[in-house]
Each structure stands twice: as structure tokens, then as C-alpha cells.
Design a protein around this ligand. Structure first.
Ligand code: 3H9
Length: 686
């Protein structure tokens, strides 16, 4: 019997089977909550039914509340009404779990008396990643099953656990390897006829009694390091504390108040916006669904330095064989040695086994001969940023590669169209801009050249996911999206320093905003000598002067700062250099407030982002935000620069830009026309 268009009820041999069918991920939208509640009410009074199974069709169990419904008052029945009803049922309810039981989905399963899962299933409460907490009883029921310590781990990290671990912790009652539906129906039939009490999770408090109080202070220490600036982790901890110290109903009431408070906050709005932004980024407008993908089995990487080595490891980590090319025996040996050391260090920290480290390392073959790339499907060039060198490599590749091979450049700033012109197949040339360390950073800027074909774009966007990257499609311009915008922040950071604002203050303001580090520390980390040429060095430019002094950043032990290990320390030498550069450039010294520093660093980023949209270099504002969160450490709880601008209000952004333009007389601050038009039409960046 169809209860709603998303919920089906069948009675089979005294078991009521409630099936949720709400593709793609069986989110608990209104029609699901309504349907499940109605189905339970129908069978509660039916004496022929002795137990109830909740099961989902399609690829997964429920992936949680329907996030699209957030932001408006939730239609009844709300989650808690459904759960209260389940708690009042005097027949055993059993969840049959496959795929992922996440958030409200796992909470639904927690309100069942029993849970049966297939061995590939994953279970978790990831609400913290959306800036909220598991507000449908999850923080009160989970610790009753797995114990408060494990519950804290799960809600604070938001990471799911596998079914086997879930069984070990008591989160599920039975694990099966195949035919979940048959197994859960049999389990339900047995429970339906057994004389045992079916204890509700809310009544199980044996694991709450054995708690060491230090688990809460330990969890707070972890979040102060790993989740600096985020509000939701602390709220999640408070709920688990309530589960331990308060009776169930009081705990539920605390949970409900705290989730409502979080839901109303800016962070939740930003993090939920970002959830959809990330998924949107992989969708390519104007590309037909039937576009064929080119197969990629083997990858060639040209260059075994920091980027080339990282890219090679990225491929090997997902089991793709790599041929890595260098120009000399010594460079190749060094490149391979670094990779081996990296794998060994990861294994010695226990993150992977030594066997896996070895297997991955062995997937990377070194060579000095470009000709060895003839069997590769994708070639990624990662040599230093010199147009003539790149063009020479691409023209030589032309005669070596398979006809349908994809030729990618990892350039971070050079003109991809010019690189592509060195080949007879510019349609197969694309930019794949990895971020350092390439085996760790999630962002991949996929750069579409003017002649890049649709199938190459489609292949690279889906390949990016295969190598665990978040791809964003961008067009060709100096610095593409990320570095182009960053350049404008750096102009102002330098200007502030030249006006006499201590670099420590500038770095602190951006760190407190939520970036992992400020612009000067970031420069030191990246290396100040990147792209620096001694013969054209300019004595009134700060970076040039530091490089002339051999201060190349962290790698040389000093740059904008001196370093003790990785700890930056103020340098009087640098202060003098900056003062002298300011004097040579005739810049008047003045103080700036923290607010001014923030405005002057962030507003130019927004303005440049608007120009990027105006020029069609990025197709959505949310794509720019994805670049910034994943590539440059923009705090996720602020959504990204374009979301931040929307929250400030575009009229306010323009007023601030105009204020600086009037004060300085500098066209740098002129608001871009696209931004002005949006504000005039009361629109927002989309
Ligand atoms: C919650 O439960 C709160 C409760 O505690 C109650 C509080 C009162 N809602 O990721 P994919 C869409 S909060 C709406 O590409 P995958 C997604 O946008 C929720 N839509 O697939 C995409 O749409 P489109 C806690 C959702 O296979 C499509 O489904 N739960 C939801 O790579 C496919 O998604 C979570 O945070 C949703 N809940 O990964 C889990 N989930 O095709 C969030 C997905 O139009 N979801 N969509 O772009 C996930 O982590 C992944 O989607 C999942 C599948 C692992 C399930």
C-alpha cells in the first residue's frame, strides 16, 4: 500500500515492512516523515502485525534530514514527533541499513529497537559539518549505545564508522554480508515472536554510568586545534554532557534548544550553503549528458619536484599507475626518494600499513625518457613556470602520445591557450591546477582552454572525483580564479605593511577571521623566491629585497619572519626593510585598525571575484567560494568570499569600496560594474 509517494507499507507474514523511496539519498523530507508516521500508526493497532521493519530502496538508507527544507519552519510531523511515536510502539521496530545511515537517517534507526546492517554500510552523525548537531535525539541516543566517548568522537568529527565497527560498539545488533532485506525480515519475525522485552534505546543507560569526566576536556582540546572558530562542535559536546548528566527527556530538551540556536546562526547558513556549493561545482553547464569520457588507466607526470611528486602520489593513492619523468638521474632519484620517505613517514605514523605504502610507491615508475609516456592516457606537466619550457615539452609530446591522450598542464598562472598552441591537438589540452601539497589539498582548478573539447572537460571533472579532489571548472586568465583573487589581497597586505602596519598585526587579523594563517606567513610557507629573478630584482619591492638577503621563507629558515622550527618570530631586519621600501616608494606612515585591515584585504577579493564572474572565468559565485574554502583556507563557516559579500550586503560592499576610493583616489577601489548592477537590482551573487 502506498502511504505517500515516498513511503510504501506491506504486511508480510506478521511483519510490517515500511519502505522509503525518496531518491537520490532517501532524505527525510516531509512526505517521508509523514508517510513513516502514518504507516506506523496504521500497524500499531493491527493485531496481525508483531514487528515492524524500516527499510530503504535504492542505493542507501536515509542520508538525513532534507537539507533543502532548512531555513523555513519545518512542516509537521517534525522529526521528534516521529521519534516520540516510535518510542511509544509496543512492537519491536527494526531498521535495515545499507549504504549510509547519516544524520536524521541514523537517528531514525536509533529510535528503532534494533538495527541490522549490511557489512558495507556506514553510519554517522555528520551534522557538525553543516554547522548544527544531531537534533532529532541523536546526541541522547547514540551515547546510550556506543558510550559517551565514542559518541563524542562521532558527533564532533562528523565522520561515519563502518558496519563492523558499529557492531563492535553496539550501534547495530546484527551484521550481514548479503541479502539485507531477507535477513532483516527474518530478524524481525524472530523478535516479533520472542518473549523478551524490547528495550527502547532511550531506556538503556548502562554505558552512561562508566564515564571519565576528562573525555569532555579532551574533546574540547581537540576542537580548539582542529575546529578553531567553528561554533557547532562545542554545542555537540554540551549535548553529550547532557546525555551523561541529565535524564533522557531533559537531555532531549537541551538538544532541541541548542540545535534551534545553531540553526538560526550565520555559521549553519554558511556551512549548509557550502554543502550545495560543493556539489554544484562539479556540474558543467552546457555540456550534454551523453558526452563520452576518455578512459584513464595510466598517468604520466612530467617533473618530479614538489608538485610532480605530490601529483604522482595522489594517483598512486587511488591505485593508478604513474610514469614520472625527470631530466637527470640525480633529480629523478631525489624525486623518488622524497616520495618513498613520505610514504614511510605516513606508515610510521600508523595512517597506512607499510605494505600499502610499498604498493603505492611501486606504482610510480621513474624515467628520463619522454618516450615512456606513449602508453599513458593522461599526462600532467608539472615543470617550473617558464612558457618556453612548457611549449617545448608540449610540442615534443605531440609525436609521442596516443591519439586520444589528454595533455594537462599544472601551470598556476601561464596562458594555457599559448601552451596548447604548441601542439597539433589543442582540443586535448587542459589545465589541471593542483594545490600544494598535491596529494593532500582537495581543490583542483580544471582550466578550460579556448579549444579544449567537451569530452576532455567531462573526463577531467569526473577523473578529479576519482582522485578525491573537488574540481572547479575555470577559464583562462592570469592566475585563474584562486591566485588572481589572492593577488589583490596581497597588494593590500603589502600596502598596509608599507604604511607601517606591523605584518604580525595583518597576519593576526586574517588568522582571527578564520584563515589558517595570514598573508605573510603564507608567503613564507610557499617560498618567497617563487618566480623571483635576481637580475630583475627591485630594491623598493619588499619581496625582492628579502630574496636578495637570501630570506626565501620557511625553507631557508627566514623570510618575512625568522623561524624556530615552524614558529614565526618577529624580525627587526624585516621591519627595517619594509620601512625602507615604504620610504623609497614615498608612502606615508599611518596606523590602521583591525577592521580596516580586514576590509582592505577582503573587499578587493570580492571585487575581483565579481570581475571574474563578469568575464565568465568562473560560471558561478559558489564556484569561487569552493576554490577559496578548499584551496586557500577561507573558513567554511563563512562560506567563501562571495557568500560573505552576500551576507554583508552588496550595497554595503560597494559603499566600503567607494569609501576607500575616495580616501586614496586610487582606481584600485572602483567597484566593478557587474557588482554595481547586481546591487542596483537588489540581487545577490549566485
Ligand atoms: C540532519 O539530518 C539533521 C537532523 O539531525 C535533524 C535536525 C532537526 N538533503 O553527495 P552526493 C543530495 S542534517 C538533501 O552528490 P554521493 C545532494 O545535494 C543532514 N539533499 O552523492 C545531491 O543532489 P544533486 C545530515 C541531499 O553519493 C544528491 O543528493 N546528513 C542530502 O557522493 C547526491 O548527493 C548529511 O549531512 C540531504 N541530506 O554521497 C549527509 N544528502 O544530485 C549529507 C544528499 O542535485 N549527504 N543530498 O546535486 C552526504 O553526505 C552524501 O550526499 C552521501 C551520498 C554520502 C549521502
Amino acid at each position: 500500500m502506498k502511504i505517500t509517494d515516498a513511503v510504501l507499507l506491506e504486511i508480510k507474514d506478521s511483519v510490517a515492512l515500511i519502505t522509503i523511496e525518496n531518491p537520490p539519498v532517501n532524505a527525510l523530507s516531509h512526505n517521508v516523515r509523514f508517510g513513516v508516521k502514518k504507516a506506523i500508526e496504521l500497524v500499531m493497532a493491527d493485531e496481525s502485525v508483531s514487528s515492524i521493519v524500516i527499510y530503504c530502496s535504492g542505493r542507501t538508507f536515509c542520508a538525513g534530514a532534507d537539507i533543502k527544507e532548512f531555513g523555513a519552519p519545518m512542516q509537521e510531523p517534525v522529526h521528534s514527533q516521529l521519534h516520540d511515536l516510535m518510542d511509544s510502539v509496543n512492537k519491536p521496530i527494526i531498521a535495515g541499513i545499507h549504504g549510509t545511515a547519516l544524520g536524521g537517517g541514523l537517528e531514525l534507526a536509533l529510535s528503532c529497537h534494533y538495527r541490522v546492517a549490511i557489512s558495507t554500510a556506514k553510519l554517522g552523525l555528520p551534522e557538525v559539518q553543516l554547522g548544527i548537531l544531531p537534533g532529532a535525539g541523536g546526541t541522547q541516543r547514540l551515547p546510550r549505545l556506543v558510550g559517551p566517548k565514542k559518541a563524542l568522537d562521532m558527533v564532533v568529527s562528523g565522520m561515519p564508522i563502518g558496519a563492523k565497527e558499529a557492531l563492535d560498539y553496539g550501534l547495530i545488533d546484527k551484521l550481514v554480508d548479503s541479502d539485507l532485506l531477507a535477513a532483516v525480515m527474518l530478524f524481525a519475525r524472530e523478535k516479533g515472536v520472542s518473549n523478551n522485552d524490547h528495550i527502547r534505546v532511550r531506556d538503556r543507560d548502562e554505558k552512561l554510568r562508566l564515564v571519565e569526566q576528562s573525555i569532555f576536556s579532551d574533546a574540547r582540546k581537540v576542537i580548539s586545534r582542529r575546529a578553531r572558530g567553528f561554533t557547532a562542535p562545542e554545542y555537540n559536546i554540551r549535548c553529550i554532557e547532557a546525555a551523561v548528566h541529565k535524564p533522557f527527556d531533559e537531555g532531549i530538551s537541551i538538544e532541541s534548544d541548542l540545535v534551534m540556536e545553531l540553526m538560526k546562526g550565520d555559521q549553519a547558513r554558511a556551512q549548509q550553503y557550502f554543502f550545495f556549493a560543493e556539489r554544484q561545482a562539479s556540474k558543467i553547464e552546457g555540456l550534454s549528458k551523453g558526452t563520452k569520457h576518455r578512459p584513464i588507466f595510466k598517468v604520466g607526470v612530467i617533473g618530479g619536484g614538489l608538485m610532480g611528486g605530490g601529483i604522482s602520489m595522489n594517483m598512486a593513492n587511488v591505485n593508478i599507475p604513474v610514469t614520472m619523468i625527470e631530466t637527470s638521474e640525480k633529480a629523478l632519484e631525489q624525486g623518488l626518494k622524497t616520495i618513498r620517505n613520505n610514504y614511510e613517514s605516513t606508515a610510521s605514523k600508523g595512517r597506512i600499513s607499510f605494505d600499502i605504502a610499498k604498493q603505492r610507491y611501486e606504482l610510480i615508475k621513474g624515467s628520463l625518457d619522454l618516450g615512456d609516456l606513449n602508453d599513458c592516457d593522461l599526462i600532467i606537466e608539472a615543470v617550473f613556470e617558464e612558457m618556453s619550457v612548457k611549449k617545448d615539452i608540449f610540442s615534443r609530446l605531440d609525436s609521442i602520445l596516443k591519439q586520444d591522450a589528454i595533455l594537462a598542464s599544472n601551470t598556476s598562472a601561464l596562458n594555457l591557450n599559448e601552451i596548447a598552441s604548441a601542439t597539433t591537438r589543442p582540443q586535448s589540452v587542459i589545465g589541471l591546477h593542483f594545490f600544494s601539497p598535491a596529494n593532500v589539498m582537495k581543490l583542483l582548478e580544471v582550466v578550460r582552454g579556448e579549444k579544449t573539447s567537451d569530452d576532455v572537460i567531462a573526463t577531467c571533472m569526473s577523473f578529479a572525483k576519482r582522485i578525491n579532489k573537488v574540481p572547479v571548472l575555470v577559464g583562462v586568465c592570469p592566475g585563474f580564479v584562486g591566485n588572481r583573487i589572492l593577488h589583490y589581497r596581497q597588494i593590500q597586505a603589502n600596502q598596509l605593511a608599507l604604511e607601517g602596519v606591523p605584518i604580525e598585526q595583518i597576519d593576526r587579523v586574517l588568522y582571527e577571521f578564520g584563515f589558517p594563517m595570514g598573508p605573510f606567513q603564507m608567503g613564507d610557507l610557499a617560498g618567497l623566491d617563487l618566480g623571483w629573478k635576481a637580475d630583475s630584482s627591485n630594491s623598493s619591492d619588499i619581496r625582492d629585497r628579502l630574496c636578495e638577503l637570501g630570506r626565501f621563507g620557511q625553507k631557508s629558515g627566514n623570510g618575512f619572519y625568522d623561524y624556530e622550527g615552524r614558529m614565526p618570530i618577529h624580525s627587526d631586519i624585516v621591519s627595517e626593510v619594509i620601512k625602507d621600501c615604504g620610504r623609497l616608494q614615498g608612502i606615508e606612515r599611518r596606523d590602521s585598525s583591525d577592521n580596516e585591515i580586514l576590509d582592505r584585504c577582503l573587499l578587493p577579493m570580492i571585487n575581483e571575484g565579481a570581475k571574474i564572474l563578469e568575464e565568465g572565468i568562473a560560471s558561478r559565485a559558489s564556484d569561487i567560494d569552493v576554490v577559496y574554502v578548499y584551496g586557500y583556507g577561507w573558513p567554511r563557516y563563512r562560506g567563501g568570499p562571495m557568500h560573505y559579500a552576500n551576507c554583508l550586503g552588496l550595497k554595503k560592499v560597494i559603499a566600503k569600496l567607494q569609501h576607500y576610493r575616495e580616501n586614496t583616489g586610487d582606481d584600485f577601489w572602483t567597484p566593478c560594474q557587474f557588482l554595481v548592477d547586481l546591487a542596483d537590482s537588489q540581487s545577490l551573487f549566485t
